[in-house]
Structure formats: structure tokens, C-alpha cells
Design a binder for this molecule. Structure first.
Ligand code: ADP
Ligand code: MG
Length: 240
């Protein structure tokens, strides 16, 4: 599980996380919603140690992320992260994009890495594209490649930061279908999303960020159907 305790983070004099408390259990799907600039991406990056925190603690499976004794590379293998757009290596096939970190970082044999790549490409519906180059993929397919690459490392948790927001509307559904499938397989996921309908459907819990605090959290029925605070009500009605 992921335990976030009283996390504060500042960029210079700007405090962007102001005491975040959140626990994500194994198998849970947590959707993070909230206005732009409220700290959602920053928190995701702190969880896998891409950004440091000013105070508080983040613990992943009992290991404190910012403890000096923690091996961050080892910890990050547990945490797959996918961003708004995936920058594949253009001169490598889809398959090689997936196997690269396996062979170079994990020291997996080429044969074994290829087998893992095929399994994960199949999982995201891209096996037929294994031998093409990323430039031949649609935006949605590129995002699914990014997801396959992250899954290939065998993470226990997947973090998604607005993975559909750079896509043309007609490509959003195929990426959401992949996320839906991962959730059905029991993957523990944190997803920052603007897709309210999707959050409502797949999330076990929805967390509403506002100006660096969790202003409200609860099951989707409550967050979308019966928001308590005026700012969440306003946000939900704006977001549709
Ligand atoms: P969200 O993902 O909810 O839109 P972010 O976590 O990206 O919000 O940003 C929260 C705040 O932190 C914003 O005010 C943003 O401008 C600021 N911020 C984010 N990254 C940096 C950075 N690397 N340096 C300085 N300020 C940053
Ligand atoms: Mg963001």
C-alpha cells in the first residue's frame, strides 16, 4: 500500500502541497480530480521520488521514499508512471521500446524481454503493431505503448497523469478501455483525470484537490452525486 502522511511541498516560496494525507490500498483505484495547478501532478511525482517533499512522509510497501537508505531505482520498479504524452524512441520498433529498459536496466535476456513485451503489448491491444515504428502509431496507440512499457517492468502500482488529455476525442476511448481493463485485473492505480464519467465508473475512491489540499474525498457516488463543499460542486458542474 501507499501511505502519504502530512506531505508538504514547496517550489521556492510557493507551497503547492499543504499537508496531504492519503492511503491507497492494494487493488484500489483512486481518481484524483481538481483544478489545474492544485498539486495533483506534483503529488504523483513525489510518490515515485521524481520530486522531493518539504516535510511529511511517503511510504510504499513499508519503504519510506525519501529515507536516505532507500534505493529509489528499486522502489521505482514498483511504480509505473504514465504521463500526458509518451515519447517513444522513434528509431526503435514498438517491441524494442518495450524491451529496452528490461534489457538495459533490469538485465533481462533479449528472449525473455521479447516474451514480456509480447505479453504486455497483447494486454494493451498492440501486439499487431510490435514490429512497426512509433511514428506509425496514432496518439492513442502511443499512449498504450507507454502503458505497455510501464507494465513490462512488473509494477505493483500504476500512476496515470492525465493520459488522455492530449488525445483527439475519438482516441480517448481506446486508452480508457485499457485503463478499465487494468482495473478489472485488480491493478492498484492512481489516476489523475479530467474524465469525470470515467472516474465515476472505475474509481473506488475520488479525491478532490484544491489549492494544495484534499478538499474532499469519498466514493464516486458521493463526490459526483452529493458533493459537500461549494467548490467541489462548482468544479463538478463545470467539468460536466
Ligand atoms: P496540477 O497537476 O493539479 O495541475 P501541478 O502539481 O502541476 O498541478 O502544479 C501545482 C503548482 O505547482 C502550480 O502552481 C505549478 O505552477 C507549480 N509547479 C509545478 N511544477 C513546478 C516546478 N517544477 N517549478 C515551479 N513550480 C511548479
Ligand atoms: Mg497536472
Amino acid at each position: 500500500m501507499i501511505e502519504i502522511k502530512q506531505v508538504r511541498k514547496s517550489y521556492g516560496s510557493l507551497e503547492v502541497l499543504k499537508g496531504i494525507d492519503l492511503t491507497i490500498d492494494k487493488g484500489e483505484v483512486v481518481a484524483m480530480i481538481g483544478p489545474s495547478g492544485s498539486g495533483k501532478s506534483t503529488l504523483l511525482q513525489c510518490i515515485n521520488g521524481l520530486e522531493t517533499i518539504s516535510s511529511g512522509e511517503i511510504i510504499v510497501d513499508g519503504v519510506s521514499v525519501f529515507d536516505k537508505a532507500t534505493n529509489l531505482n528499486h522502489l521505482r520498479r514498483k511504480l509505473g508512471i504514465v504521463f500526458q504524452s509518451y515519447n517513444a524512441f522513434p528509431h526503435m520498433t514498438v517491441r524494442r521500446n518495450v524491451t529496452l529498459a528490461l534489457t538495459k536496466v533490469l538485465g533481462v535476456s533479449r528472449d525473455q524481454a521479447n516474451a514480456i513485451a509480447e505479453t504486455q503489448l497483447q494486454r494493451v491491444g498492440l501486439l499487431a503493431k510490435a514490429d512497426v515504428y512509433p511514428t506509425a502509431l496514432s496518439g492513442g496507440q502511443q499512449q498504450r505503448l507507454g502503458i505497455a512499457r510501464a507494465l513490462a517492468m512488473g509494477p505493483s502500482y500504476m500512476l496515470f497523469d492525465e493520459v488522455t488529455s492530449a488525445l483527439d476525442p475519438e482516441l480517448v476511448a481506446e486508452v480508457l478501455a485499457t485503463l478499465r481493463q487494468l482495473s478489472a485485473e485488480g491493478m492498484t492505480m492512481i489516476l489523475v483525470t479530467h474524465e469525470m464519467q470515467f472516474a465515476r465508473e472505475v474509481a473506488d475512491r475520488v479525491v478532490f484537490f484544491h489549492e494544495g489540499v484534499i478538499a474532499e474525498s469519498g466514493p464516486p457516488e458521493q463526490i459526483f452525486g452529493n458533493p459537500k463543499s461549494e467548490r467541489l460542486r462548482a468544479f463538478v458542474s463545470r467539468a460536466g
